[in-house]
Design a protein around this ligand. Sequence first.
Ligand code: GLN
Length: 476
Amino acid sequence: MKNFSSLSEIKASLKTGTLSCATLVEHYLKNIEEHKHLNAFLEVYTEEARLQAQRVDEKLRLGTAGRLAGLVVGLKDVLCLQDKGLQASSKILDGFISQFTGTAVQRLLDEDAIIIGRQNCDEFAMGSSNENSAFGPVRNAADPDRVPGGSSGGSAVAVQADLCQVSLGTDTGGSVRQPAAFTGLVGFKPSYGRISRWGLLAYASSFDVIGIFAKSIEDCALVLEVMAGPDEYDSTATQLEVPAYTQKLDRGNAKYKVAYIKNTLESEGLSAAVKQRTVEKLRWLEEQGHTVEAVDFPLLDYMLPTYYILTTAEASSNLSRFDGVRYGYRSPNADSLESMYKLTRSEGFGAEVKRRIMLGTFVLSASYYDAYYTKAQKVRRLIKEATQALLGTYDFLVMPTTPTTAFKLGEHTEDPLEMYLADIFTVHANLCGIPAISLPNGTDSSGLPVGIQIVADLYQEDKLLAFSQYLQGAAT
Ligand code: GLN
């Protein structure tokens, strides 16, 4: 079966009768089986997906099918689906079953999407390579000796290897955009609050947002349109009306003002190939009559420290609930209440999660609170203000998504700081809560995908998606 580049292609085949949801699901199930070595899925919902496919085929016959009929979706293992396992790729949630379906996922189901399974990721979404999973690393389909990026690595590879059409991941500091760049996909992170977080397992609550992996902007726009909007279960979800993103993809002849941050292109760890591709794209934009200007952003060096102080602080608080008392893993080796807590958490969490809980507990401790947590909050505010000022003058910021292309498995596992550098360009959008997207931008000399990132102002997803569509369509 052909590899469909968008849902509208699938719909066209469904309409002519050359395809049914049932055969489509069989195609993905077979592909999943044949690509088991990539380790993208933790659980495949074979029977449920088949049943749902039959139901949707019936609705298509009756003319009552929803807008996502024909869309087969995979979910990162941090999104709740009722009566299904959920464990954030962690041993600490062994045996945990979701009691409800999260808002975003429910909205997909309401429009007749088919959920095909639960995808591997870094434990509690902490990581940049998918090597922190309790279920082993995910492999990049472009080169199985390389990482797919993280933390939503399984979700990225599932779309890359055509194991489903779209995946939902989460992006706290780049976990959708970075793996999208490493696997040659579109990876989209909406504004904070654009999509409800109800039913999303929390890592850092003031940063977390559900994001989309797709092969086309069209699919991104449609899935966003369906999932976005107010939700009585999440008071941080914006009350703003959801624009019809799919109707706004045509930007006409608009000419934009684009800025790139000078120090992103001068940064030490930036690979020559990524730099070259980025510069080429900027040049092309200029040739097309857009204004492209270099700007200074002296706060760039403060982004990673600010991100890691605030997210570890929030994580240490969010993850305190996993203690073996009511659900999940409980150590069988304990002989007292206190040792039950200690052993459960020591045995249940992996090394990176423990490192972050300790870091977060430290920055929140009475003696260091002001020096780290309070200060980082202030720096976050400064970064937001400086970015807002830039986006008052320019329509978009353009930068590489990642400093390098996909690295080898094991290459950065010894040095967490080196691993954290993979997020140097992506944490910016999360610190500010603004939307950002990674688009495929050619390859390096070994044929590995390169990504380019576009960042827009708060809630300007419509403008961002239209510009992305234009860039995707352009023969550059
Ligand atoms: N890699 C980053 C981290 O480890 C981002 C993670 C994410 O976006 N979930 O925190």
